[in-house]
Design a protein around this ligand. Structure first.
Ligand SMILES: [Zn+2]
Length: 269
């Protein structure tokens, strides 16, 4: 039910935008933002945001939000990281010159509807030639609709244990790291110097300066906060960049500590 709320909130306030895609290069891959929604969300679902924090970071009790998936093109393969709800995914792929049959692997950060919805098209498997990757723990937490979508991929399902505190290779040039809390098996993916962090944040404007703020969609808000601090610190320590599924356009940026316990995110150009 929690997922349905965020989807509704995003769609109601979503703006029609020509800025659906954006291309970014890492050493071994081209990363393409596939954005389904650019809009704003209400702060009512945030946990632990004081009136002072909200006044400073979310004027009018609103913050910019988005719903993104990412396409990763390497020398060898075309990889999808999450699928959004699946409403704009296929148009976005088409405008990126990629057909569903071209996708070699789909890697899922977690099993909320706004991340796995595009696994199916018209109730059938959308990516006939793709392996489907997710963490063992996340698979174990799948609800009925997630389990139904996963089942369509039959023997092409690959379950793995993400790296703990350090990246572990999962597919082609992609590594994984566990960041449990938002969901029981939430996983981030790393390509060269870019961390694609799934739902490590929902409200960038609030949670970058105040990473201790959680959201009601977190399965375990305290663990989600801990994972956020851990991952933000890891990214800054290793001079990495970050991309996220609810990070407003272009969805990718650099990070630095703000000296007050929070972080500053600067979008790439
Ligand atoms: Zn989400």
């Amino acid at each position: 039910m929690k997922t349905i709320h965020i989807i509704a909130a995003l769609l109601i306030s979503g703006l029609a935008s020509a800025q659906n895609t954006f291309s970014y290069r890492t050493e071994r891959a081209e990363i393409i933002l596939l954005s389904e929604v650019q809009g704003e969300n209400n702060t009512k679902n945030l946990i632990g945001a004081t009136p002072e924090i909200l006044a400073e970071t979310a004027p009018g009790n609103k913050y910019p939000s988005a719903l993104n998936a990412f396409l990763v093109k390497t020398k060898k393969s075309e990889i999808l990281l999450d699928t959004g709800l699946g409403r704009e995914l296929f148009n976005n792929l088409k405008s990126s010159g990629v057909a569903p049959e071209d996708i070699d692997a789909v890697l899922i950060t977690h099993l909320h509807g706004d991340h796995f919805g595009g696994l199916l098209k018209d109730g059938k498997r959308a990516f006939p030639n793709a392996k489907l990757y997710m963490s063992k723990k996340e698979f174990a937490s799948a609800n009925e609709s997630a389990a139904k979508a996963i089942k369509e991929y039959g023997e092409d399902l690959v379950l793995f244990e993400p790296g703990i505190s350090k990246p572990k290779k999962v597919y082609d040039v992609l590594s994984s790291m566990s960041s449990y809390g938002h969901t029981p098996g939430h996983t981030v993916y790393i390509i060269d110097d870019l961390v694609i962090w799934g739902d490590l944040t929902h409200a960038m404007a609030v949670q970058m300066p105040y990473p201790q703020v959680a959201i009601s969609y977190d399965t375990d808000p305290a663990a989600a906060v801990q994972s956020r601090f851990m991952m933000l610190s890891y990214i800054v320590r290793n001079n990495l960049k970050a991309a996220g599924m609810h990070v407003p356009y272009p969805g990718i940026g650099s990070l630095k500590a703000d000296g007050k316990g929070g972080y500053i995110f600067t979008p790439v150009k």
